[in-house]
Design a protein around this ligand. Structure first.
Ligand SMILES: Cc1cc2nc3c(=O)[nH]c(=O)nc-3n(C[C@H](O)[C@H](O)[C@H](O)COP(=O)(O)O)c2cc1C
Length: 187
């Protein structure tokens, strides 16, 4: 038997087999960035939580989100939270686990979780909008969650709810952009 006729049972020079095993894996299809995801949820505020406590929490969250390349927006009403978070998948997953175990709210409904090409809140590490600032948003969120007087249901999301979700996101962005414009012109 020829020295190159190896145990693999076919005639192939051993150097060819070795080089085929040592070729570095192609990096062509490996993305440079971890995938970007967007997550939205609604939850219910605990009764004693004051608006000022929320603002204080948002200020801290802004630092942490900036560090982790996370952007988003938190809307708060008299009883509900609605939050959009965007960023690298691993960072968003970790933050969502933390937020879910935060005792300042309960009764979560994860509305959406999907990979995205671009961010919708790229200008804000965590913007906040209070319900008094725009009643249309409050109404859209109430349309989504149903009456304020019972916990949000965990039912799956229908197509019409997806449209409603996009309307809420669009309206939040419009409100934030208007606020940014008016603070720029008052400077
Ligand atoms: C409604 C709500 C939204 C929150 N959003 C964020 C957020 O976007 N980023 C963040 O770092 N923390 C957010 N937090 C706070 C986290 O739950 C947590 O307290 C914070 O990340 C500090 O966690 P640590 O002390 O374990 O680091 C949110 C909390 C609540 C109740």
């Amino acid at each position: 038997m020829d020295e190159n006729e190896c145990v693999l049972g076919f005639e192939w020079p051993i150097w060819k087999i070795m080089s085929s095993l040592t070729v570095a894996p192609s990096t062509e299809n490996v993305p440079n960035h971890p995938s970007l995801v967007q997550l939205t949820y609604v939850s219910t505020r605990v009764a004693h939580l004051q608006d000022d406590d929320i603002i204080e929490m948002v200020i801290k969250a802004n630092y942490a989100n900036r560090r982790d390349d996370i952007t988003g927006c938190l809307w708060f009403g008299p009883r509900r939270f609605f939050q959009v978070l965007e960023g690298p998948q691993d960072k968003i997953n970790r933050l969502y686990r933390k937020i879910r175990s935060d005792t300042r709210h309960y009764g979560f409904k994860l509305i959406s979780y999907s990979t995205i090409e671009e961010r919708q809140f790229s200008r804000w590490s965590l913007a906040h909008v209070a319900h008094q600032e725009d009643q249309v948003i409050e109404q859209l969120i109430l349309d989504y969650t149903g009456s304020d007087s019972h916990p949000v249901s965990e039912q799956s999301t229908s197509v019409s709810e997806k449209n409603l979700l996009q309307r809420i996101i669009d309206r939040l962005r419009e409100t934030l952009l208007k606020q940014a414009d008016s603070s720029a012109t008052s400077d």
